[in-house]
Design a protein around this ligand. Structure first.
Ligand code: PEP
Length: 267
C-alpha cells in the first residue's frame, strides 16, 4: 500500500518567528510516529532554521524549487546538493506558479515560464542528489473547458519524466494541481480529482511499468482545506494532498492530515 503524504507549500509567506510558531503548533499535536508522511516547504532562507525546528519530529523538509545545474555562475540559483545539505527530503518541481504567468503581466519576476523540459532537467537534478521530487502537473481552466485535460496531463507527465529509470519513477511523487483550483478557494470535485489521478497513473504505467506506476504517490492540490480533505483524498488513486494556503495555519494543516487519516482509515 502506498504511504499517504500531506505536503505543505508555504510559497513566499511567513517570517522566521511565525515559521517557528507554526512548527511548534504542529509538533504539539503530531506524534513522532505517523502512518503517513508530512512535509513543510519553506522559502530558501528558512530551510536551515526550520530543519532545526522539526528535528526529532515526523515532519520532513521540502524546498519549493531548485536549479537544473549542479554548481557554477548561476546567480540566485540553489542546487539540489545545497538543498540536501540544508536537510531537505523533498523538492517541489514545476509548480504552476513557476510554469505559468500569474498576477499582473508587467509585474517583475512573475513569469518563470518553466516548461516540461526544464521540469525534466530539475527532476533529474533532484534525483541525482537523492532528493524526492514532487512533480506538479495540471491543466488551466481554458484547457479543461476545451476538453484538453487528459492531453495536457499526458504531455506534462511524458515531458517531465522522460529518460527516468523505472526505479526513479517508482520513487517519485506527482502532484495533480488543476491551475484553476490553486489559491482560488475552488477545489476540483472528488470525481474530477480521481479521474485525473487514474489518468496520470495509466500514463505512468504505459510509459514505464505497471509496477512503477503503482508505487508512485499522486497527491491532489488546489484549495484543500480541513473541511474537504477527507472527500478529496478518499479515492484509492489519491495518495494525499499538496497544500498551499491551509499549510500556513497549524490547526488547518493538522485538520487536513486528520481528513486524510479518516479517508484512508489510518490509525
Ligand atoms: C499549492 O500551492 O500547491 C496549492 C495547492 O495552493 P492552495 O492549497 O492554496 O490552493
Amino acid at each position: 500500500m502506498r504511504r499517504p503524504f500531506i505536503a505543505g507549500n508555504w510559497k513566499m509567506n511567513l517570517n522566521l518567528a511565525s515559521a517557528r510558531e507554526l512548527i511548534a503548533g504542529l509538533r504539539a499535536k503530531l506524534s513522532p510516529h505517523l502512518a503517513y508522511d508530512v512535509c513543510v516547504s519553506p522559502p530558501f532562507p528558512y530551510l536551515f532554521p526550520v530543519a532545526k525546528a522539526i528535528d526529532g519530529s515526523a515532519i520532513k523538509l521540502g524546498a519549493q524549487n531548485l536549479s537544473t545545474d549542479e554548481k557554477g555562475a548561476f546567480t540566485g540559483e540553489v542546487s539540489a546538493l545545497m538543498l540536501k545539505d540544508a536537510g531537505c527530503t523533498y523538492v517541489i518541481i514545476g509548480h504552476s506558479e513557476r510554469r505559468h504567468t500569474i498576477g499582473p503581466k508587467d509585474a517583475v519576476g512573475r513569469v518563470c515560464g518553466e516548461d516540461d523540459d526544464m521540469v525534466n532537467r530539475k527532476t533529474k537534478a533532484a534525483l541525482a542528489a537523492g532528493l524526492i521530487p514532487i512533480v506538479c502537473v495540471g491543466e488551466t481552466l481554458g484547457q479543461r473547458d476545451a476538453g484538453q485535460t487528459e492531453d495536457v496531463l499526458t504531455q506534462q507527465v511524458r515531458g517531465g519524466l522522460t529518460g527516468l529509470t523505472t526505479e526513479q519513477v517508482a520513487g517519485l511523487v506527482v502532484a495533480y494541481e488543476p491551475v484553476w483550483a490553486i489559491g482560488t478557494g475552488r477545489n476540483a470535485t472528488p470525481q474530477q480529482a480521481a479521474e485525473a489521478h487514474v489518468h496520470i497513473r495509466k500514463r505512468l504505467a504505459s510509459a514505464h511499468t505497471a509496477k512503477a506506476a503503482d508505487a508512485v504517490r499522486i497527491l491532489y492540490g488546489g484549495s484543500v482545506k480541513a473541511s474537504n480533505a477527507a472527500e478529496l483524498t478518499a479515492s484509492p488513486d489519491v495518495d494525499g494532498a499538496l497544500v498551499g494556503g491551509a499549510s500556513l495555519v497549524a490547526d488547518d494543516f493538522l485538520g487536513i492530515m486528520m481528513g486524510c487519516v479518516t479517508a484512508k482509515r489510518l490509525k
